[in-house]
Design a protein around this ligand. Structure first.
Ligand SMILES: C[S@@+](CC[C@H](N)C(=O)[O-])C[C@H]1O[C@@H](n2cnc3c(N)ncnc32)[C@H](O)[C@@H]1O
Length: 257
């Protein structure tokens, strides 16, 4: 977990599991205050008339299903701006899309399609409303596909993909989600990127046989805004050089591309 300060990880999401039924509620209060301050600074919902800022702890929230809190909008903008891809070929998939903040920001890039996969029916419905409300002049993709389903059931298509993860679930689910992507990339080699924000289980991606880390970044003292970016090694021949990644720290890798 190179990108994440280990001490802060322990403090915020340590062995006591901050997504659990007891500590989770205290952590939720922290996230609520943090999101409130962020909305005051960035005014995302205030500008677009959407409802993405407030965290949501569902009544039946499971420990492995992390509660809803949005990615900081400016972090998504900066990550998507440094991805070395021709986004018009790509499908953007937010696994655990919640109220849709990442989907909305992604629509300001020329993706071919934007897919949101969300387990909670309540959050899924809010995301649908947000998509209808979000119409900035800078929007470049209006092709949204919002699915209310378990990330484990998601079937990838044949197109190049950007898989976006903002700390959506625990280690076991992440392992299965990554395994599904690997299977898809092995069956149909193509360009793919995985963006993982708040990468507390980065080791799962690091141990992948078809992904290699190309960048990491984010403010050191804000673990919730740190990120890692991986690229699929199976389509290396078709990919542009990752030397082009304009990141705070491009990551040298020993894996063969
Ligand atoms: C931290 S929020 C991320 C929200 C959004 N991606 C963003 O960046 O603004 C995590 C979301 O993942 C969803 N989630 C957790 N486990 C899931 C699963 N197995 N399948 C689909 N969604 C899941 C939660 O319900 C929650 O809305």
């Amino acid at each position: 977990m190179a990108a994440l300060n280990p001490l802060l990880t322990k403090v915020f999401r340590g062995p006591l599991d901050l997504n659990g039924p007891i500590i989770g509620r205290i952590f939720y209060v922290f996230e609520y205050v943090r999101s409130y301050v962020e909305e005051r600074l960035e005014a995302f919902d205030a500008r677009f008339g959407t409802d993405t800022s407030a965290p949501t702890f569902e009544r039946n929230q499971q420990t492995d299903v992390h509660f809803y809190v949005p990615t900081t909008a400016s972090i998504i903008y900066s990550i998507l701006s440094i991805l070395p891809l021709k986004s018009e070929k790509f499908t953007f998939v937010d696994m655990g899309s919640g109220k849709g903040r990442a989907l909305l920001v992604a629509s300001e890039f020329p993706f071919q399609k934007i897919v949101g996969v969300e387990l909670s029916e309540n959050l899924h419905r809010i995301a649908e409303d947000n998509v209808k409300l979000y119409k900035p002049e800078s929007q470049q993709c209006a092709s949204f596909d919002l699915k209310c389903m378990d990330a484990l059931q998601y079937a990838y298509g044949d197109e190049p993909v950007v898989l976006y993860l903002f700390d959506p679930f625990g280690r076991e689910i992440l392992q299965e989600v990554v395994a599904n992507l690997e299977k898809s990339l092995k069956a149909r080699p193509r360009e793919a990127y995985v963006v993982y924000v708040y990468p507390q289980y980065d080791d799962v991606l690091e141990s992948s046989s078809v992904l290699r880390k190309i960048a990491e970044g984010g403010p050191k003292w804000q673990p919730w805004s740190q990120y890692v970016i991986y690229a699929a090694t199976t389509a290396a021949a078709e990919r542009p050089s990752h030397d082009d990644v304009r990141s705070a720290s491009a990551v040298p890798t020993s894996k063969a591309a």
